[in-house]
Design a protein around this ligand. Structure first.
Ligand code: PAF
Length: 281
């Protein structure tokens, strides 16, 4: 696997592949890779000839109270994992390469509505940072398809909306969440959990599953979500939010909606965990 940080070199490689008639799929990441990321690379292989991954810890999507300095950086083991998964090219730009004028002077992409609630409310500016960097990475890599994990369900909807609204010729492939046998969704943030917290954390996915069963026969969505939040809190976590939403618009679900999603976030010790479940009624 070739690793490139320079934009000119990246563009040269992409254009060589294009001249040779290859299609390209893209897996953007912030590194600290686990089996969930590798499942994105596996999916990417199914959709195109060449797979490009990126590792960039994007300062624009971190809030003022979020500790970007201590975000785990594990480049060597990430490179080994990506190589083993058959990645063709890894792009590893620096913040100076992506934001040469600094964050204050950087143009940005804002995706309204789907970015607003849930994680968008708890992490102001987060989705503006995500959509801006993904737009920029799309312009650099110019992939045919790009793979994103469904654990970050709201992020997938933000990117899908951006691609549609701005007519980007890129197919977004949502990839199923990879879980521990306990049900806990794989996440870089699980690394912050103590042994004791690791036993508590599966309560998030368990209560989402409970809610997914309840909504089939009970349309008091607000009451049910409140109950699930108290179960999560009683298990020793602190619910940030849990909502039953329309699967595409992410607006609060109405009883007529057929495709819904349960979105949830909860604090477990130092970690803020998110998870979700789609339900077809
Ligand atoms: O999901 C992530 O790791 C990031 O939000 C992404 C999509 C790589 C943008 O920085």
């Amino acid at each position: 696997m070739k690793t490139i940080s320079d934009i000119k070199e990246l563009r040269q490689q992409i254009s060589t592949w294009r001249q040779q008639g290859f299609t390209i799929s893209f897996v953007p990441t912030m590194g600290n890779l686990h089996a969930g990321h590798i499942s994105l690379v596996t999916a990417a292989h199914k959709h195109a000839d060449k797979v490009v991954a990126s590792i960039f810890v994007n300062p624009m999507q971190f809030g003022v109270n979020e500790d970007i300095e201590n975000y785990p950086r594990t480049m060597e083991s990430d490179q080994q994992k990506l190589t083993a998964a058959g990645t063709d090219l890894l792009f590893t730009p620096t913040p100076e390469i992506i934001y040469p004028k600094g964050l204050d002077k950087q143009s940005y992409v804002e995706v309204p509505n789907v970015s607003d609630g849930y994680c968008g409310e708890s992490r102001p500016g987060h989705f503006r940072g995500v959509s801006t960097v993904v737009c920029k990475l799309f312009n650099l890599v110019q992939p045919d398809v790009a793979c994103f994990g469904l654990k970050d369900y709201q992020q997938v909807q933000v990117i899908q909306t951006m691609v549609e609204d701005l007519s980007m010729p890129i197919k977004i492939i949502p990839v199923a969440t990879v879980r521990e046998t306990s049900g806990l969704a794989l996440s870089s943030r699980n690394g912050y959990l103590t042994e004791e917290e690791l036993k508590i954390a599966p309560a998030l996915s368990q209560n989402i599953q409970w809610l997914a069963k309840q909504v089939a026969t009970n349309n008091d969505f607000i009451g049910l979500a409140k109950q699930a939040a108290s179960f999560i809190d009683n298990a020793g976590m602190k619910t940030d939010y849990i909502h039953i939403c329309h699967a595409r618009t992410l607006q609060p679900a109405s009883e007529d909606d057929k495709e819904i999603v349960i979105l949830a976030a909860a604090h477990c010790g130092k970690a803020r965990l998110i998870d979700n479940q789609q339900v077809s009624l």
